[in-house]
Ligand binder design. Structure first.
Ligand code: BGC
Length: 839
């Protein structure tokens, strides 16, 4: 590995402990200095998962697994026989998997990529562990449970996924009987069943190390030795049993495309807390190697902002640590039912030495406490007492303060959008939280008169209705616009309808499901690029877009012809998928070529980043990723991914941040700011919106109330747009209340642009139109290219000549106006200029 590569891994290694959640610890962790013998077990010891699969995967040279990392750290591993046997079983399992894929290819002829994705790697069971006569006291047993999931398929409520396999259970039970000290390590991207911890006696500690990209193994080594301390807190509720999740009744039922979000706003802890269901590990929970005390210091209300000061002290004696303080508000129950409490702010301390203190300020806007009334089409702060609870998890809080509002205030007046077409059940907890009568240390009256009502106008804004004059000058080029000599409108006025259409459709797909047009290869393995069709005549360059979010996903190695430096396109396209070559065959070595490497870094997955609750960590990782974007010529990172964890079985929860919209919005905003602070780098926040599951993702219709949409599923997006001005936003595959998001004017124009003021470019998810490269990938319903344009979805990716034809047809038939199309084209030109792309 190059020095750059090593430095990058070091950055990941320093960030990751902040996202590791210490779930249990009887004091065994960190290990004492003289404890150097580890009995290592579990699939994840060797097959340590750096992240998930699909577009969220990153193609890297080497991931240090847990075995390698512990040995490098100087530990003696006493269970080499068990691990070697596991390696053999794993290889046999892989042989079976590849044979199955070959059979499927022969029988179905389906695209290689879809066969590959529907046959994910299975973690085989290891050998049973024999009992010993006497408890082993001079070794620590470490058992690593790994799970993997990804694009196209949801996780399952079955053994080996959400549940432990019988063998895993037996093995943990055996080591708990054999060893004095047992540590269970969860190398999972999300929630699994943890009942084994409560059922099996003798487990000393349990850590969720999550999936830390290239530093996974090393992070565990650092935490065991105490070189690093864990300071992550959960951003999703870990239930005692899957059936406790409100969406669990319908999530796995794929008998209909309609998914009714019966739970409404009661997602995650909003549900568990309101309905008094005890979780295994609460939202916001995380232990430390030390103990903290916190003390309310005071509250201030100023300029419509509530600030609460909390003094946090490390009251342990041995170890430093960081604590996450969370402020929840219980709003008064009025006409609108409210969850028991909602997170309104959070802050993390610096590394506090034993005895050290820090005063944290937690701040949020008074208006953020308003609830959405569908009847009024408005956000309303209902009169009453707003109780403020401070704590270090949703289940460990103290009521410390309150603010009181004398009468109802409409904070924002909107119009009803995305209305649900069917009756949804009204869900109301039996015992709504009463916010009166609870003693607090401080109470302030809010002045209702000072809270003005914002009224949203849905009129066309001046800028978007500004006419573009055709044919006035025929010599302005893109560079003239970029250099300020001409306006975007002047450039667009010169383009023919065909050229304008071309601008709004990506360069296309090649190979077997791979993306990027063979005629315009800028960065092999990148997710796609915008068109180069207007380059020669008008100088309009292409932008390169690459996935995310767990690093920059490119093809690690490709061939280039010596003669003209042209890139050799492998027969199956640029599929940057680890293990794909073994199935699809290695690309033939061309004569007179040389290899080019694009080494990028796999960073912690989205949910692990969120578990840091630390904006600084987003800066570190964002700077690392933007550095690699610059190095390899990528303009847009197809990240952050920010859908809400509606249910723990969503196959892509690992890419997403949280069940809570505030955490989600803050994380996405921090990541966006970090990436975009490097000139020429932009993000595409995704997948807008309510893209809560993977199986059936092209056809899934999220049937959800307007209130739940606005308060839960759209809320994070609203924050990132208002706070961080992302260059791009990606609409999703699913439908919302019967309309494809890429075809929803209410979503992409009314809400996104008119309500929130989005100024960037909207791109489709890959192949959401029926002509996309993924036609034939399953799923029947697709968005219509012409309607994408009239709805405000500016760019279709990866793009296909058929998309262009259909947009042209829509123009001709009058269902799409030239003015609407030019608005999309303008957003694309502005994007290229903002990204500082010259050629
Ligand atoms: C995924 C997106 C991804 C895109 C490009 C789609 O299948 O849903 O998240 O950015 O592919 O790879």
């Amino acid at each position: 590995m190059s020095e750059n590569g090593r430095n990058a891994v070091d950055i990941v290694r320093s960030v990751a402990p902040e996202g590791v959640v210490l779930l249990e610890n009887n004091g065994i962790l960190p290990l004492s200095e003289n404890q150097k013998k580890i009995a290592l077990y579990g699939a994840g010891a060797l097959l340590t998962m750096k992240g998930g699969t699909g577009s969220g995967d990153v193609d890297v040279e080497h991931v240090v697994n847990i075995l390698e990392a512990l040995e490098t750290e100087g530990f003696t591993i006493t269970t080499k026989d068990w691990l070697n046997d596991y390696q053999r079983r794993h290889e046999e399992g892989e042989d079976r998997r590849y044979a199955q894929m070959d059979r499927e290819l022969e029988q179905t002829g389906d695209p290689l990529m879809s066969i590959f994705l529907r046959n994910p790697q299975v973690l085989v069971d290891g050998a049973d562990i024999e009992p010993v006569d006497e408890k082993i006291t001079d070794e620590v047993a470490v058992y690593v449970i790994s799970r993997i999931s990804g694009e196209c398929a949801d996780r399952e409520m079955k053994e080996g996924d959400y549940l432990l396999t019988k063998a895993e259970y037996r093995q943990i039970k055996a080591i708990a009987a054999n060893y004095q000290d047992v540590i269970v390590v969860l190398n999972t991207g999300g929630v699994i069943d943890t009942n084994f911890y409560r059922e099996i006696e003798g487990i000393s500690a349990m850590l969720q190390i999550s999936q830390a990209g290239m530093a996974c193994g090393m992070v565990l080594a650092d935490l065991l030795t105490g070189k690093a301390v864990p300071s992550g807190h959960l951003t999703a509720t870990w239930a005692k049993q899957y059936a406790d999740y409100p969406a669990s009744k319908t999530f796995c039922d794929n008998s209909s495309n309609d998914k009714t979000y019966d739970e409404g706003i009661f997602v995650g802890y909003r549900y568990f807390d309101s309905f008094q269901i005890e979780p295994a590990y609460a939202f916001g929970y995380g232990k430390s190697y030390t103990e903290f005390a916190w003390d309310f210091q005071g509250m201030e209300v100023k300029d419509e902002k509530i600030s609460v000061e909390v003094k946090v002290t490390n009251c342990g004696k041995c170890y430093p640590g960081k604590e996450v303080i969370q402020a929840y508000v219980s709003a008064p129950q009025g006409e609108l039912v409210k969850p028991y409490q909602e997170l309104r702010a959070f802050a993390k301390t610096k590394l506090l030495a034993p005895g050290e203190s820090e005063v944290l300020t937690l701040q949020w806007g008074v208006r953020e406490m308003a609830s959405y009334s569908e009847a009024w089409a408005a956000y309303i702060l209902e009169a009453g007492r707003y109780l403020i609870r401070i704590g270090n998890s949703s289940r460990n809080t103290q009521p410390v303060a309150a603010v009181r509002l004398g009468w109802d205030v409409i904070t924002t007046r909107l119009e009803n959008k995305l209305a649900v077409r069917q009756e949804l059940p009204e869900i109301r907890p039996e015992k709504c939280a009463d916010t009166e009568g609870i003693p607090v240390l401080m109470e302030i009256d809010l002045n209702a008169e000072e809270l003005h009502t914002e009224v949203i106008s849905y009129e066309e804004s001046e800028e978007s209705s500004q006419g573009i004059k055709s044919g006035e000058n025929t010599s302005w080029s893109y560079l003239d616009v970029k250099n300020g000599k001409a306006s975007v409108e002047e450039l667009l006025g010169q383009l023919s309808a065909e050229e304008t259409v071309a601008l709004c459709v990506g360069a296309g797909a090649i190979g077997n499901g791979a993306v990027i047009d063979g005629t315009s290869i800028k960065v092999p393995g990148a997710g796609g690029e915008t068109t180069s069709m207007l380059l020669r005549k008008w100088g309009v360059p292409a932008a390169v877009l690459a996935d995310g979010p767990a690093g920059l996903r490119l093809m690690r190695k490709y061939q280039v012809r010596n003669a003209d430096n042209s890139v050799v396109v492998p027969p199956n396209g640029f599929l940057a998928l680890t293990g794909f070559e073994r199935f699809a065959g290695k690309p033939p070595v061309e004569p007179d070529c040389h290899y080019i490497e694009q080494n990028t870094t796999a960073v912690p997955i989205g949910s692990m980043m969120a578990q840091t609750w630390n904006p600084q960590m987003f800066c570190e990782i964002g700077n690392l990723v933007s550095g690699e974007m610059k190095k390899y010529g990528v303009n847009i990172w197809l990240a952050p991914a920010m859908n809400i964890h509606r249910d723990p079985l969503c196959g892509r929860n690992f890419e997403y941040y949280s069940e809570d919209p505030l955490v989600t919005g803050v994380c996405a905003a921090e990541m966006t700011k970090a990436i975009q602070s490097t000139k020429g780098c932009g993000v595409a926040v995704k997948h807008f919106a309510a893209n809560s599951q993977e199986t059936n993702r092209f056809d899934e219709n999220s049937v959800v109330s307007e209130r739940a949409l606005r308060e839960i599923y759209l809320r994070g997006f609203e924050r990132v747009i208002k706070e961080a001005d992302p260059t791009m936003l990606m609409s999703s595959y699913n439908l919302i209340n019967g309309t494809h998001t890429a075809n929803s004017k209410e979503l992409l124009t009314d809400i996104l642009r008119k309500e929130w003021g989005f100024k960037g470019t909207v791109v489709t998810d890959w192949g959401t139109t029926k002509n996309g490269m993924r036609a034939g990938w399953g799923g029947k319903s697709r968005s219509f290219p012409g309607v994408c344009m009239s709805s405000g979805n500016d760019l279709i990716m990866p793009g296909n000549p058929k998309d262009r034809e259909e947009i042209a047809d829509a123009l001709e038939s009058g269902t799409l106006s030239m003015a609407e199309l030019r608005k999309c084209a303008r957003n694309i030109i502005k994007l290229l200029i903002r990204l500082d792309i010259e050629k």
